[in-house]
Design a protein around this ligand. Structure first.
Ligand SMILES: Nc1ccn([C@@H]2O[C@H](COP(=O)(O)OP(=O)(O)OP(=O)(O)O)[C@@H](O)[C@H]2O)c(=O)n1
Ligand SMILES: C[C@](O)(CO)[C@H](O)COP(=O)(O)O
Length: 225
């Protein structure tokens, strides 16, 4: 079955701050996005790679590709005003109609190859494969009147990417008007009335979001060497 990966990196990285958007910041001396593209390429070099970035960054990205001698073939697509719009643009750019697509945050370079593989396997079997991890801490639910209540943490999961789907189904799911609940791709899929399938993610697959994540990312990278 044909496979694609849409790596979304169309955001501005406001929580990270700084003059350069976080997806281009170096870890181990190389932009975060190049690490993420490499993981997907290594899992299967035949995967069609779609990189979604802001249109204004196209020239900058081309410069980075040249500077770093980055050779992995990928298609660059313009992002939208929200993650939903960026994913939709990425899905529309895939050159085939039938197959599987992994949707992944470009700023999650530490996804394990085995997680990508099992997300594709589960999506082929059941329609979707969503990477999640269980909680290690206790959790409490807050109410508007300032109280908080115990929650049974075994019934909760933290949701990561990749979120992998049968291409025809996820394209259909994205042909809707965006609503605030669409914080990821699983919610868009289940808006159609379809149940998502969960697969175990890897805890170090962090979404690089704030400045302290950069130090942790350097540490995680040092463990891989
Ligand atoms: N319009 C957008 C917004 C976000 N993303 C991508 O979605 C992923 C997860 O979003 P987040 O970590 O929130 O990134 P930013 O939106 O860039 O960060 P912030 O919210 O701090 O501005 C990132 O890879 C981000 O680039 C995107 O492709 N298009
Ligand atoms: C898609 C996601 O990474 C799953 O955890 C998350 O929902 C993205 O949230 P953000 O607020 O756009 O970073």
């Amino acid at each position: 079955m044909r496979k694609a990966a849409v790596l979304v990196a169309g955001g501005k990285g406001t929580r990270m701050g700084g003059p350069i958007s976080k997806q281009y910041l170096p870890i181990g001396g190389k932009p975060i996005l190049m690490h993420t593209l490499e993981v997907f390429y290594k899992v299967d070099p035949e995967t069609e790679l779609i990189l979604v970035i802001p249109e204004l960054d196209f020239d900058y990205w081309n410069e980075l590709v040249e500077t770093f001698g980055f050779k992995i073939l990928h298609q660059v697509v313009a992002g939208g005003n929200s993650r939903f719009q960026s994913v939709k643009n990425g899905l529309n750019a895939i050159t085939f109609q039938e197959g599987l697509v992994a949707i992944h945050d470009g700023v999650r370079p530490f996804v394990k190859p085995s997680v990508i593989e099992s997300s594709f396997e589960e999506a082929e079997r059941s329609g979707s494969g969503i990477a999640v991890i269980s909680l290690k801490d206790s959790i409490r639910k807050l109410t508007d009147d300032g109280k908080s209540f115990y929650q049974e943490r075994q019934y909760f999961r933290l949701v990561q990417t990749p979120q992998t789907f049968q291409l025809e189904k996820i394209r259909k799911a994205f042909r809707v008007t965006e609503i605030p609940q669409f914080t990821d791709d699983a919610t868009v899929y289940e808006h159609q009335g379809w149940q998502v399938s969960l697969i175990p993610g890897n805890p170090e697959n962090i979404k690089i979001t704030t400045p302290e994540d950069m130090d942790y990312a350097e540490f995680l990278l040092s463990l891989k060497k």
